[in-house]
Design a protein around this ligand. Structure first.
Ligand SMILES: *Cc1c(COP(=O)(O)O)cnc(C)c1O
Length: 476
């Protein structure tokens, strides 16, 4: 166990003397002066340096281990983007600065919106939302305002049961009633089934393409047509955009509103929950409703326009998470159009390579081919009271971050794997061999060891519910 800095503190250790070179020329009244010492730990520089290095090595991170987390797209984040995000001229600006003095910043955002339009086939983007879920919420507020503006009362949002939990949550938060649609075994939608619940009350249908089982929605054009004929709108959850860049576009498929998780598709480290960015894109007829400010170009000058009377208003402070936007911009510009297409092709190739090595050994409910991710269901192989959770925990002992488990909810004992585009065949093979070893050898031969896993990590198996409900934040 790594000690706390206070425990490492000793009277003779000191990395830096805070007090000696600070001169204070202010008269401080006697009664406000400190009477005790500050009580900061004093630790020698070597010990301090080692302390933080040791702590950092207890973390799982993309820079140290393979991270096959499905749906989240934990992809390689080139460090050059971190450098760019730290450029002094970007980090030292103030959001209240007049827009004439931040033309470069506005140009980056203006240009990024245009690039997202090009990639997605939408007509306009707002970079304001701070995450995918926030983008969904924003998109649904836009949909609500649109129907209000044409004086139609539509109260329902249809969401397939294979969707990410944020979809129904965002719809409910935006004031809609959520109607669940039962998906097929590959996560797809049958137009006949959708038709049964597609009533005049439906404001929008939210779809993820490819869906959360990694399968492209083959009926999408027919679905889009049905939805529009019903006077409803079609929402695209863009979390899986990494599979289709440069190959197909939500705008061309008939989607009216969408979000993109920049932190999934366009670099930015997002382990630990953020920060992210979930720009929301719309077709031209919905532009008025986008959140303010809008970035506009007037005679080669960029301006922030807050005066949009039909807008849903402000949904995030200032410009959104600008540093995330900047990383995405740098990532897109450094790869270019062909490069981004290559990203998707490689991601799909890697996932299919893995899928074909698992095929015949572990049940794959969605079948023979996938897009950028796939879902295994080892249910029939589970023995000795072991479950998918135990497999995931055991993987930690082998130095892997665990894949997403028990999602989507429609697959029993699900293990969802997304290798991303930059992993080598050797890395993929080693991971596949380890999963097979755990399921076919260890669960049979050393079940107790699997049940006890992880044993090689700095923290053993947590009671995850208790850990979330009653976190112990202080080490006694
Ligand atoms: C990650 C994800 C979301 C939510 O995005 P956040 O950026 O985490 O808020 C929504 N849908 C799908 C399919 C996702 O994978």
């Amino acid at each position: 166990m790594e000690k706390l800095l206070n425990e490492l503190s000793s009277e003779c250790g000191s990395a830096y003397n805070v007090g000696s070179d600070i001169e204070i020329n202010v008269e401080i009244p006697e009664n406000l002066k400190r009477v005790s010492t500050l009580g900061l730990p004093s630790v020698a520089e070597n010990d301090l340096f080692r302390h933080f290095t040791n702590l950092s090595r207890k973390n799982y991170a993309l820079s140290t281990v393979f991270y096959p987390l499905g749906s989240c797209t934990m992809k390689y984040n080139p460090l050059i983007n971190e450098r760019i995000a730290k450029i002094k001229e970007f980090i030292s600006i103030h959001p209240y600065q007049p827009s004439e003095s931040i033309q470069g910043v506005l140009e980056v955002m203006y240009d990024l919106e245009k690039d997202l339009c090009e990639i997605s086939g939408m007509d306009h983007f707002s970079l304001q939302p701070a995450a995918g879920a926030h983008g969904e919420f924003t998109g649904l507020l836009i949909i609500a305002k649109y129907f209000k503006s044409i004086k139609q009362k539509r109260t329902q949002i249809i969401v397939p049961d294979s969707a990410h939990g944020t979809n129904p949550a965002s719809a409910a938060l935006a004031g809609f009633e959520v109607v669940s649609l039962k998906s097929e075994s590959d996560g797809g939608i049958l137009p006949e089934k959708l038709k049964e619940i597609l009533t005049p009350e439906v404001a929008a249908v939210m779809l993820t393409v490819p869906n959360t089982l990694g399968i492209f929605e083959k009926n999408i054009l027919e679905i889009a047509d049905m939805v529009h004929k019903n006077g409803s709108l079609l929402y695209y959850d863009g979390a899986n955009l990494n599979a289709v860049m440069g190959i197909t576009r939500p705008g061309d498929m008939g989607f009216d509103v969408m979000h993109i998780n920049l932190h999934k598709t366009f670099s930015t480290p997002h382990g630990g929950g953020g920060p992210g960015a979930g720009p929301v894109g719309v077709k031209a007829f919905l532009e008025y409703f986008l959140p303010v400010p809008r970035i506009e170009k007037k005679k080669s000058k960029f301006v922030l326009n807050y005066k949009k009377h039909k807008s849903i208003g402000k949904i995030e402070a200032f410009f959104g998470n600008f540093q995330v936007l900047l990383r995405a911009y740098a990532y897109m510009k450094s790869l270019g159009g062909e490069g981004l297409k290559n990203v998707s092709q490689q991601a799909v190739l890697n996932a299919n390579y893995m899928l074909s090595r698992f095929k015949g050994k572990i049940d794959i409910p969605a079948g023979n081919r996938c897009m950028h991710e796939f879902v295994l269901s080892p249910k029939s192989l589970l023995k000795n009271n072991l479950r998918t959770l135990d497999i995931a925990k055991r993987l930690l002992d082998y130095g892997y971050y665990a894949p997403t488990v028990y999602f989507p909810l429609t697959v029993e004992e699900a293990i969802m794997v997304e290798p991303t585009e930059t992993e080598s065949k050797e890395t993929l093979d080693a991971f596949i061999d380890t999963v097979i070893k755990i399921i076919f050898e260890e669960m049979v031969q050393i079940p107790q060891k699997v049940k006890d896993a992880p044993v090689n990590t700095s923290v053993r198996r947590l009671n995850e519910i208790e850990a979330a409900r009653k976190p112990i934040l202080k080490w006694e």
